[in-house]
Design a protein around this ligand. Structure first.
Ligand code: ATP
Length: 232
């Protein structure tokens, strides 16, 4: 786990590209890892930081931050290009992405490019995030299609278009290469990669019903849940 990013390599003429992936991760599952890993490769990200939220402003969580952090660490152990950051857990109060992005910008080499990853469901609530209109000027977004999202990509793009037209600063336009671009702001990329129809709530419900959730969990995470008796 990294506490700061100040020692990251910074090859000249080759800016570091960092993915920031925040969430409750209660628990972390294959939907998170596999979809974000495919995005990491597609967007040539040097690294993805998994950032478990302390007190998610939008969600109640009964699982301790320590357990969620431990599971995130188990899921990325030995996975090249992945790290876990506890920056939100070390900050008092609710976790706001705007503060997290500012922290990474302060502590990373100059010239680093940042990409914040989030699922479409989270993106469609983006207007409820603290200072979201400032946030879009601070960081590019990679919006991940989820298993339950429409198969028709044109319909998906239309849904995002309507949301952006309603809530984002004016001037975004859809670029056929797969992003909403803006002359003075960062792009919002749509990543229609692998679709994995699983959510953490479904996993919690399955475990509570005594069903097997292992197909959607890293084996070390599944063993941790079992050992600690989580979600029963
Ligand atoms: P819950 O069911 O508890 O709401 P979740 O599975 O949506 O949880 P979060 O921790 O809220 O997990 O997710 C963190 C981020 O990962 C969010 O931006 C979410 O949209 C995204 N995400 C979660 N599951 C998937 C998935 N299967 N495919 C793509 N993105 C996902």
């Amino acid at each position: 786990m990294r506490q700061a990013t100040t020692n990251l390599p910074h090859p000249p003429n080759d800016a570091l590209r960092l993915g920031l992936f925040g969430g409750t991760f209660n628990p972390i599952h294959v939907g998170h890892i596999e979809v974000a890993e495919a995005a990491r490769q597609r967007f040539a990200l040097d690294r993805i930081f998994l950032i478990p939220a302390a007190q998610p402003p939008h969600k109640q969580t009964l699982t301790s931050a320590a357990d969620r952090l431990a599971m995130a660490c188990l899921a990325v152990a030995g996975r090249p290009g992945w790290e876990v950051s506890d920056v939100e857990l070390r900050r008092a109060g609710p976790s706001y992405t705007i503060d997290t992005v500012a922290w990474f910008k302060r502590t990373s080499p100059p010239g680093t490019e940042f990409f914040f990853l989030l699922g479409i469901d989270a993106f469609l609530e983006f207007n409820t995030w603290k200072a979201y209109s400032t946030l879009v000027k601070e960081v590019a977004l990679i919006v991940l299609a989820r298993g339950g999202d429409e198969a028709d990509v044109a319909a998906m793009i239309d849904r995002l278009k309507r949301f952006i037209a309603r809530h984002f600063p004016s001037g975004y336009r859809w670029d056929a290469a797969g992003a909403f671009i803006h002359p003075d702001s960062h792009a919002v990329y749509l990543f229609n990669g692998p679709r994995i129809a699983i959510s953490a709530s479904e996993i919690r419900e399955r475990i509570a019903r005594g069903e097997d959730a292992r197909p959607w969990l890293d084996p070390a995470v599944a063993a941790y849940i079992e050992r600690k008796g989580l979600y029963r």
